[in-house]
Design a protein around this ligand. Structure first.
Ligand SMILES: [Zn+2]
Length: 87
């Protein structure tokens, strides 16, 4: 079994993160899990299922953008946090 395949026991335990918590089926070729209820797909990276819903992914991306926007302060050389738009 390739290292990129999640353990079968794990696949049996995994459920869709949506409220219906339907079982998922693993597509070995595409290396992704598909919900049997809503057809959402979840990538499997290095054998680890990425069980994130789209809205969470967007939040994470937004967060990652704010973090990479950190810059070294010219005065001290230490990272400074950019002013967040909400405050
Ligand atoms: Zn689902």
């Amino acid at each position: 079994m390739p290292a990129t395949t999640p353990a079968p026991v794990l696949l049996e335990l995994l459920r869709c993160p949506e409220p219906h918590h339907a079982p998922l089926s693993f597509d070995r070729e595409a290396s992704c899990l598909t919900c049997s209820e809503c057809d959402k797909e979840f990538r499997v990276e290095d054998g680890i299922p990425v069980m994130l819903l789209d809205d969470v992914k967007e939040e994470l991306q937004a967060w990652a953008q704010t973090t990479t926007a950190w810059q070294a302060s010219p005065a001290t050389g230490r990272p400074t946090r950019p002013a967040s738009p909400g405050t």
